[in-house]
Design a protein around this ligand. Structure first.
Ligand code: 6PG
Length: 244
């Protein structure tokens, strides 16, 4: 269903527009009495977006009972650890909004990674409808991209890039060895909507390669995101995409 590129002056403008798009998407679902299943990304980039949603008019204006949050990946650390994607999301967003606790499905980073990957894929399977094939079909998956082209916790050269059966896998950061739980490509590429949030000049070299050679096999997991029956969007600031 195509690729779309949205270019913004800076990360603040990107976050502001994304907040508008997010509110519209939730309201559209809520108007038909449905909820939106969302897999969030971690790292730094989403923070500005979350902080906007935590303020008026979004804090009260979005029907949060129609939002169901999951994470596309999580570091295997306790939820109060500064490395935790859940902690970042809780501080910037969740602790400010009136969302039912049952709508927040965090990865239990404090638990043994192998057990948690098995548990979390059950949670996703039970709470995200499949849309006809054997994999859960998220309404919206947010992804970041590392400077090395990783996305979620799917890193270049990792064996789990080829995982085609599991919903979640245990991943390992190539430099730190930190264990992660990550969704897999069959899940990512089964989503209705996948949005990359990419900002900053450090991302520019890899994004340029993906933009110019995306049809060729590249060593970047981010280039392997191709929703089979969904929309792929890139929300970018000028620093990350000077050539757009
Ligand atoms: C994580 C993320 C990861 C992140 C990218 C970009 O857990 O770290 O999910 O995939 O999105 O590394 O991170 P920044 O937004 O911090 O550049």
């Amino acid at each position: 269903m195509g690729k779309k590129y949205y270019l913004f002056e800076d990360s603040a403008e990107l976050a502001a527009q994304l907040a508008v798009d997010f509110k519209n998407a939730v309201e559209e679902k809520a108007n038909s009495g449905e909820s939106l299943t969302i897999a969030l990304s971690g790292g730094h980039t989403p923070k500005a977006f979350f902080e906007i949603l935590a303020e008026p008019p979004y804090r009260e204006g979005i029907p949060w009972k129609n939002v169901i949050f999951f994470w596309g990946d999580e570091r295997c650390v306790p939820p109060d650890n500064d490395e935790s994607n859940y902690k970042m999301t809780n501080i910037t967003l969740l602790s400010h909004i009136d969302i039912p606790a049952g709508n927040i499905h965090r990865v239990l980073g404090e638990d043994p990674p192998t057990n948690e990957a098995l548990r979390y894929e059950k949670v996703i399977g039970e709470n995200v409808s499949s849309g006809g094939n054997e994999f859960p079909r998220f309404d919206w998956i947010f992804l970041g991209m590392g400077d090395d082209g990783h996305t979620a916790s799917l890193f270049p050269g990792a064996h789990n890039l080829k995982e085609m059966q599991r919903i979640c896998v245990v991943a390992e950061h190539p430099e730190t060895g930190q264990k992660r739980v990550s969704i897999t490509f069959p899940v990512i590429n089964n989503a209705k909507r996948v949005s990359f949030l990419v900002a900053g000049e450090a991302k520019a070299p890899v994004f340029k390669e993906i933009l110019e050679k995306g049809s060729e096999p590249l060593p970047y997991p981010a280039s392997m995101v191709e929703p089979q029956n969904g929309v792929l969007e890139w929300y970018l600031d000028k620093a990350a995409a000077p050539e757009l």
